[in-house]
Design a protein around this ligand. Structure first.
Ligand code: AMP
Ligand code: MG
Length: 406
């Protein structure tokens, strides 16, 4: 049994290594999804308009389509009178041509009839049998939405990487799209390891605790644009772990384990990976979270997160979420950080980068001082402050950057 970490890597080195292995074994893939199910998906390639919009010159108001000339000089005192030759509702069009002295009654959205160049709003008219009095003059094109004035055919509508929200989906609906090509979600298996772990819903026996990590990390994967499947809670048992890993890798792209990543008794992940694949990274010089593993098994990646939930979450956020987002097409620009004023000094061990959990409240950054096994600190944490390895103290009152969990 291995009793030592491989050479421990600095965080930047570890990040680079993890990124390189992801790029080596995985490529972003696309899939076509119905527009109705496209919420929050990421556009895979630039999308161009298929039609002019509006597809025809149309009325922007309810009123009367006229030759503008017919309205010149019209006023309350001196109305002009034209003859109504047709009446249109939205969705229909007129076969008639508007000549001088005639008009077509029109509703918003209807195609402007031939011959007409403008619309006079109904508010400035008075209908009288088959005639109408015009009380105001209009300029050519007034209250007409020209064909293609909103968007011309073959214009860039949405760029690769755009996250589809209701508004963007509306743009595609206006163009008659029924499906959209989006990034396929990276498919990730999640397992927890530890003899002490009990699945929620079952009785908590002596010396046991509820499994936190599979549910927490699964949701972290979802938030990063991936799709995660729980593949179970595994005992610290060499054979069980080995068969679970091999099985999960058949069904999913990547495997995220937690627990059993140290080099102690019962920490079997490294040994299993040594047998069925190769360990590429064991140990990152960070606090919390040092015992982190990256393994390659048959051109697939297995990541071992520390079992401690706070460490697991921080390591996931700092080192793993970025590569999942990259595969999912989500740009790093969308990540939120905020600046604030530190309310209490932070002490940090020199030589290790530290991720200090904090509460962020309207510009105030309040460190949460608990040992790293304190899962309930997460209930109050909004994110973390990154304390570099050569910094021993960050003073109260300093401006710090908070990486938000959400
Ligand atoms: P390990 O990394 O396996 O040495 O675990 C470190 C600490 O985290 C121990 O106190 C474990 O009981 C705890 N732990 C490990 N995995 C989980 C989990 N999935 N949920 C909650 N606590 C865990
Ligand atoms: Mg354990």
């Amino acid at each position: 049994m291995g009793t030592e970490f491989l050479q421990i890597k600095e965080p930047d080195e570890a990040k680079e290594l993890i990124k390189n292995y992801f790029n080596k074994y995985y490529n972003p893939e696309s899939e076509e999804v119905p527009l109705e199910e496209a919420y929050n998906r990421v556009v895979f390639e630039d999308i161009y308009s298929r039609i002019d919009f509006p597809p025809f010159d149309r009325a922007l108001k309810d009123g009367f389509a006229i030759k503008s000339e017919d309205s010149y000089g019209a006023s309350e005192e001196n109305p002009k009178i034209v003859k109504i030759i047709d009446s249109l509702e939205a969705g229909s069009y007129s076969k008639k041509t508007v000549e001088l002295g005639t008009t077509v009654e029109i509703s918003t959205g209807s195609p402007l009839p031939k011959g007409a160049d403008s619309v006079l709003m109904v508010e400035y008219t008075l209908k009288d049998g088959d005639e109408v009095e015009l009380y105001k003059s209009v300029t050519p094109s007034q209250d007409v939405g020209k064909k293609g004035s909103d968007v011309k055919k073959d214009s860039l509508l949405l760029k690769k990487g755009v996250v589809l929200t209701a508004d963007k989906i509306g743009v595609l609906a206006a163009q008659g799209f029924t499906t959209v090509k989006v990034y396929k979600k990276p498919d990730i298996a999640v397992i927890s390891t530890g003899n002490e772990l009990i699945e929620a819903g079952f009785e908590l026996k002596e010396s046991k605790i509820y499994d936190v990590n599979s549910t927490m990390i699964k949701n972290g994967v979802t938030a990063s644009g991936g799709i995660a499947t729980k593949e179970g809670i595994i005992k610290d048992d060499y054979n069980q772990l080995k068969s679970t890993i091999l099985n999960a890798l058949k069904k999913h792209d990547v495997l995220l384990c937690s627990g059993g990543t140290s080099a102690g008794v019962g920490d079997v992940l490294k040994n299993v990976l040594d047998e069925i694949g190769e360990v590429k990274l064991h140990g990152i010089a960070v606090q919390p979270g040092k015992p982190t593993i990256l393994g390659v098994v048959n051109d697939q990646l297995v990541i071992g997160l520390p079992g401690n939930p706070v460490s697991a979450l921080v390591i996931f956020n700092v080192f793993i979420a970025p590569v999942i987002r990259e595969l999912a097409g989500i740009s790093e620009k969308s990540l939120k950080t905020v600046k604030g004023t530190l309310q209490k000094r932070i002490h940090s061990a020199v030589g290790r980068e530290q991720y200090q959990l904090v509460t962020y409240d309207n510009g105030d950054v309040i460190p949460i001082f608990k040992d790293s096994g304190a899962i309930f600190s997460l209930a109050r944490a909004d994110g973390y402050v990154n304390v570099s390895k050569n910094t021993e103290i960050v003073e109260e009152g300093e401006t710090v950057k908070v990486s938000l969990f959400n």
